[in-house]
Design a protein. Structure first.
Length: 206
């Protein structure tokens, strides 16, 4: 267990710190909050809570996140597809971060992704779309959720993440976030402004 500043308070987390390699991020979050949120896989019992989370997102955050509509019926339909899964972070039973993972790649993006020389694979590729509650942004939670997810995936078949629909280049905060995580830029395309396609290679254990 790493040592932390005296300003840190109670630890309440379902994620053992020994499974999170990014100790600097853990320390940063401890310095920002009183409790470390619980990070785990999303399940169908979280759907009502997820609707509440999505409805509370600010207009700007909502505009950057669009893998599915935000109503309960759309969520139920979305997660009936076995290719779709997700990870969440919760604080006192409130979802504060949500990341979608879809097995494979988006078919309508395939020609563009292939044009970069990317050898697409429906079994080892996955599409990734993260979001963080407005009041939790800039506090390191997105990075911690990502680290947990990568640890969970590192023994599986998925070896590469493709950023779902790319990232708007005007959203410099998000671009910097992905770069810090280790995503690399493949190229750019125009759709409601300029966007960057980015990918992340998952380190494999053993």
């Amino acid at each position: 267990m790493p040592s932390f500043s005296p300003v840190c308070f109670q630890l309440s987390c379902a994620v053992p710190l020994t499974t999170i390699s990014d100790k600097k991020t853990v320390k940063k979050i401890f310095l920002c909050i009183k409790k470390l949120p619980v990070i785990r896989k999303f399940d169908t019992g979280d759907q009502e809570q997820l609707v509440t989370y999505l409805a509370a997102l600010g207009k700007e955050t909502r505009s950057y996140f669009g893998p599915h509509p935000f109503d309960i019926n759309s969520l139920i339909l979305f997660y009936q597809d076995p290719k779709n899964t997700a990870y969440i972070a919760t604080e006192e039973n409130r979802i504060v971060a949500y990341a979608i993972l879809r097995q494979g790649f988006l078919q309508h993006d395939a020609p563009r992704l292939s044009s970069y020389g990317l050898d697409l694979d429906p079994d080892t590729d996955a599409s990734f779309a993260p979001s963080v509650a407005d009041d939790w942004q800039g506090r390191g939670l997105g990075r911690l959720l990502f680290t947990y997810m990568i640890n969970d995936l590192s023994n599986g078949k998925v070896t590469r993440l493709i950023l779902w629909g790319g990232v708007q280049t005007g959203n410099q905060r998000a671009v910097h976030y992905y770069q810090q995580l280790g995503f690399r830029t493949l190229g750019y395309f125009e759709y409601h402004g300029w966007n960057a396609d980015m990918v992340y290679e998952i380190p494999q254990k053993g």
